[in-house]
Ligand binder design. Structure first.
Ligand SMILES: Cc1cc2nc3c(=O)[nH]c(=O)nc-3n(C[C@H](O)[C@H](O)[C@H](O)COP(=O)(O)O)c2cc1C
Length: 203
């Protein structure tokens, strides 16, 4: 599929969308998004992801009541209720039992990182088609498991809701983009704590 964005414009355009038009994704769009995600890198190329694609309205409604209560003092119960209107929700799951293949080389488990990269391919690919998305980390794995029939061999890491915003366009979202730190607040030059003074980035 042809998209109109250079990469910086795409990164600026993407932001979390929490209101969706019920319009289903167009034919081929989801397959294209998942093809972009399938190409994501992973440690030792283990590709530890499993994805449940949910477009059944009742199942999405059930997922929308699977908030993980108590994770945040400010999150009211049901804070993921907004996903009920999304035409598609992806459940990103991690295949258990692969991490030892990497940790036999280095004592680290990169699998969450791998899933994060995969999911970010999803949301950027979606944005390039004008499709909004929101990562949902605050879904309760215990509650989601029976809804999706997840076997013990996988863990739920996150949901991603996908759909067009009610206005139809990501560019016309009412909410302004959320503030990000300037590079000077988190980049250091050659040694931690030494300021990095780059030329101004193209705006
Ligand atoms: C791993 C992850 C988990 C998140 N979980 C939730 C969530 O449970 N509910 C929600 O409304 N937003 C969630 N978000 C969205 C963030 O709040 C959002 O990305 C952040 O505030 C920056 O805003 P932006 O995406 O609009 O740029 C999550 C984002 C990430 C990357």
């Amino acid at each position: 599929m042809k998209t109109d964005f250079d990469f910086l414009s795409l990164c600026r355009l993407r932001r979390s969308v929490r209101r969706f038009s019920p319009e289903p994704l167009r034919p081929g769009e989801l397959a294209w998004i998942l093809e972009c995600a399938r190409l994501a890198p992973s440690a030792c190329n283990l590709q530890p992801w499993q994805v449940v694609i949910v477009d059944d309205r009742d199942t999405i409604r059930d997922l929308s009541s699977c908030a993980a209560f108590g994770l945040s003092k400010t999150a009211a119960p049901g804070s993921i209720a907004f996903i009920a209107d999304a035409p598609v929700v992806l459940a990103l799951c991690l295949k258990r039992g692969l991490a030892h293949k990497v940790s036999s080389l280095v004592d680290m488990d990169f699998s969450c990182l791998d899933l994060g990269i995969f999911g970010e391919h999803v949301v950027l690919a979606a944005a390039s088609l004008g499709i909004g998305s929101c990562w949902i980390g605050m879904a309760s794995e215990r509650r989601v498991r029976p809804v999706l029939g997840l076997p013990r061999s996988v863990r739920l890491l996150a949901l991603i809701a996908l759909g067009r915003p009610p206005s139809g366009s990501l560019a016309s979202l009412e909410s302004p983009p959320r503030r990000r730190m300037d590079a000077a607040e988190f980049c250091w030059h050659n040694r931690y704590g030494v300021p990095w003074n780059p030329p101004p980035a193209e705006r």
